[in-house]
Design a protein around this ligand. Structure first.
Ligand code: 6PG
Length: 241
């Protein structure tokens, strides 16, 4: 696991753009495609804006973009992760439509999850019991330590057969679809993007106090994890990283 602390969010964005380009070129050279899963939330917005400015059209043609999770709302709803990612990134780059994999919104969250699972299986040409190997997964972390829509105490967190699952967000009483923990743990590179004072406590709990959270499970099961923090979110960490 690596931890990088940046002075400003813009520096995180620049770093992610470089990492994206390097990982993308390597993935396309060795495997023909670049598979990425993007998180919703507010933290990545500036990063997606910067990514959209990169003029690597060759890269976009071989890049497949999935979402780490989605709220079961129409794609034009203010809370839709797909809407945010489309506005900040997808609508500004020359990525083929077939390479963008949003969660299809159905009446039943379980149906949306099943269709998302099918899209993963087909796109990665998976056989039974095989896991998709994303080249890069960008994740935020909630103040309660949740990642994607994997919440402590929720049974979906322990899901170890499905690639995508539906989950009810108890507080908001809203259904969501999320990729599961094994998918995150099989990724070639996971980057946690965490900024702001309000995340300092959870970052300390994860990185110093080793409080059992979904993010800590990823650290324990996937060696290729990077925490991209700003000084505010890292402010309670004792040693400088
Ligand atoms: C979502 C996200 C969620 C998010 C965290 C952090 O659908 O809300 O996928 O997991 O990454 O809640 O959100 P912020 O970046 O807004 O703090």
């Amino acid at each position: 696991m690596k931890i990088k602390v940046f002075a400003r969010s813009k520096e995180i964005a620049d770093f992610i753009c470089e990492l994206w380009l390097k990982s993308g070129q390597e993935a396309i050279k060795h495997r023909g495609n670049f598979f990425v899963a993007l998180s919703g939330g507010k933290t990545p917005i500036g990063i997606y804006h910067e990514l959209a400015k990169s003029s690597q059209t060759r890269l976009w043609r071989k890049t497949h973009i999935f979402l780490t999770d989605e709220r079961l709302v129409p794609w034009d709803h203010k809370d839709s992760n797909y809407r945010m990612i489309k506005k900040t990134l997808l609508s500004r780059i020359a990525i083929p439509e077939k390479n963008v994999h949003p969660v299809r919104i159905r009446e039943l969250a379980a149906l949306s999850a099943q269709e998302y699972e099918k899209d993963l299986v087909q796109t990665f040409h998976l056989k039974r019991r095989q896991w998709p190997k994303f080249d890069l997964i960008l994740l935020g972390i909630g103040k309660d330590g949740h990642i994607a829509s994997l919440f402590s105490g929720n049974s979906t967190l322990a899901e170890n057969k499905l690639l995508a699952a539906s989950v009810r967000h108890v507080k908001r009483q809203r259904d969501r679809v999320t990729i599961t923990m094994p998918v995150i743990c099989h990724a070639r590179q996971v980057v946690f993007l965490v900024t702001g004072k309000r995340k300092a406590k959870i970052i300390k709990e994860i990185l110093m106090d080793k409080v059992r959270t979904p993010a800590l499970s990823v650290i324990r099961r996937n060696k290729k994890v990077l925490f991209a923090l700003d000084q505010e979110s890292a402010s309670l960490l004792e040693t400088s990283f």
